[in-house]
Design a protein around this ligand. Structure first.
Ligand code: AMP
Ligand code: MG
Length: 510
């Protein structure tokens, strides 16, 4: 039975059972005049909360960090990491408090407040997060989940009155993040760098037991131990990370700050900062204004993930007698990524199965989109409608689908001759293997989103929320939960960015 209070949840707090040197126990710091901007009823349900629980003043105070929760054991964890390719040494939860872990109807989830005040790991920071970046994190986690991409979730977004100094004076906010685990590659790097191999082994056992129990079995199902478990863990994290990269690439998502401390050990999209979804396609697009060198540009994300896995493998090195199996495991990244990516791209293009000779068709599409800066999301969505008129069964759908109604694939290109040429080749290939082209179209519509969290949409929601008007946050949240479904009245959310949005920049400031 769902409960109406956070105090009544089944708290198990496995991270808090790790040795004391993994964290500092401390409470979140209170904020002034907290207000709930939005709560996610689905996440509440996973935890075992009633939807009404989100509306209670008690929940608000607890998730603002203003009151303790019975059963929670708040702490800030320590980790290290490479930032922009450079070893940064000790980092840690500088503005986050892990409240604890709940065993709920949908499994075990950790709850973490972000923006909840100073910790011993705050370094030069103030421990706070601004409303602007918190709206972005809250909406992005819902958007990624809607797209079917592994991500941390957000239970609640709370606005506070406290002023926070960034480039300008802004207001504080607190997001309640929910995930199976917030352990990062950087947690492993921390203990390796400290030369504390006991801690490294304890962390490895903790992660394997909780999220990768299959690593304790060989291919034949027999128990394995020692080095093999460690190598299996690297392999398993690598597989999840490669799949995640394929998913990011396939929707034009850019994380923006793929430092090793922002990579999840369980393969989730983690730490939303200056992320972006591609508008007009530029393979080299850099979504983070602070990333002047383009280290985390769209087209290098898989390679950077691979680089980060090398850093994870280095951290695991002290636990194995021989480095060779770890090195061999790292070689699995490229095939794992390619396999995941080609199968996603085949689906997006409406190809029944990926064949090696489909590669030129895909490469030429990227080339076409890139040279003409055609809109990433609309191009794939319009492609579904491109080759034949809607039949009677699709009439209602096309009336709702802003793209079906308003434009043809070719309208996205100024050089329509080369686009037309590609389209003809695609058509000849894509019709293979389907009962009829309408079946193929429906399959394409189910994997090519109509709505993604474009920067200008987030910006509209932020500007309104800054003025105390949360309706746009609510509306966008709802639309993004079902990004593949045409939704009545939601045409504006599928449109290309307006002119005013061209100059929008997002940076590490949050
Ligand atoms: P990020 O790149 O945003 O994931 O953060 C890198 C590190 O800086 C992490 O250890 C964060 O906890 C810390 N950090 C970022 N912003 C703040 C802040 N405002 N106050 C304290 N620590 C921060
Ligand atoms: Mg981070």
């Amino acid at each position: 039975m769902p409960v109406a209070s956070l105090d009544e949840l089944h708290w198990i707090n496995r991270f808090a059972r790790l040795p004391e040197r993994f964290y500092t126990r401390l409470s979140p710091r209170p904020v002034q005049q907290p207000q709930l901007v939005h709560g996610n009823p689905q996440v509440a349900e996973w935890l075992g909360l009633t939807p009404q629980a989100l509306q209670s003043p008690d929940t608000l105070q607890a998730l603002a960090g203003n009151r303790a929760i019975a059963g929670a054991e708040p702490l800030a964890s320590v980790y290290s990491g490479h930032q922009f390719g450079v070893w940064a040494g000790q980092l840690g939860d500088g503005r986050a408090h892990l409240l604890g872990e709940v065993e709920g109807p949908a499994g075990c989830f950790e709850l973490q407040l972000k923006g909840s005040g100073l910790t011993p790991y705050s370094r030069m920071g103030d421990g706070r997060a601004v409303l602007r970046s918190s709206v972005r994190e809250y909406l992005a986690s819902a958007a990624m989940h809607g797209l079917g991409i592994p991500t941390t979730h957000a239970l609640a977004l709370i606005r506070a009155h406290d002023p926070v100094q960034r480039e300008t004076l802004e207001r504080a906010a607190v997001v309640t993040r929910v995930a199976s685990s917030f352990v990062r590659f950087g947690h492993f790097q921390h203990w390796a760098a400290a030369g504390d191999h006991d801690a490294l082994q304890i962390l490895t056992d903790y992660v394997v037991d909780a999220w990768y129990p299959e690593c304790r079995r060989g291919d034949d199902g027999q128990p394995v131990s020692g080095d093999i478990v460690v190598v299996n863990l690297l392999n398993a994290v690598l597989q999840r990370t490669a799949t995640l990269m394929a998913q990011w690439q396939s929707v034009g998502f850019m994380h923006g700050v793929m430092n090793t401390d922002n990579l999840s050990i369980v393969g989730l999209t983690l730490d939303y900062g200056p992320y972006g979804f591609m508008d007009g396609f530029d393979a080299n697009h850099i979504c983070n204004h602070t990333d002047t060198a383009g280290r985390y540009a769209w087209n290098v994300q898989p390679a950077v993930a691979h680089w980060n896995l090398y850093r994870l493998a280095e951290a695991l090195r002290p636990l194995v007698s021989d480095a060779a199996p770890l090195r061999a495991a790292l070689d699995n990244f490229e095939p794992a990524f390619t396999q995941a990516f080609t199968s996603l791209m085949a689906a997006k293009l409406g190809l029944r199965h990926w064949q090696d000779d489909d590669q030129p068709l895909l490469d030429e599409l990227w080339q076409l989109l890139h040279t003409q800066r055609a809109d990433f999301t609309q191009a794939f969505r319009r492609l579904a409608w491109a080759d034949l008129p809607p039949d009677a069964a699709e009439a209602e759908q096309v009336a709702l689908d802003a793209l079906g109604q308003r434009g043809h694939f070719l309208d996205l290109f100024y050089d329509t001759v080369s686009a037309e040429h590609w389209l003809q080749r695609w058509q000849a290939r894509a019709n293979h293997g389907w009962a009829n082209p309408h079946e193929r179209r429906q399959a394409m519509l189910s994997v090519n989103p109509l709505y993604v969290l474009r920067n200008h949409l987030a910006e509209n929601a932020i500007r309104a929320a800054d003025q105390g008007d949360d309706t746009e946050v609510v509306r966008l949240f709802e639309v993004l939960q079902q990004p593949y479904q045409c939704q009545p009245g939601a045409q504006a959310y599928a449109e290309l960015p307006p002119d005013w949005a061209r100059g929008l920049e997002v940076s590490c400031s949050s």
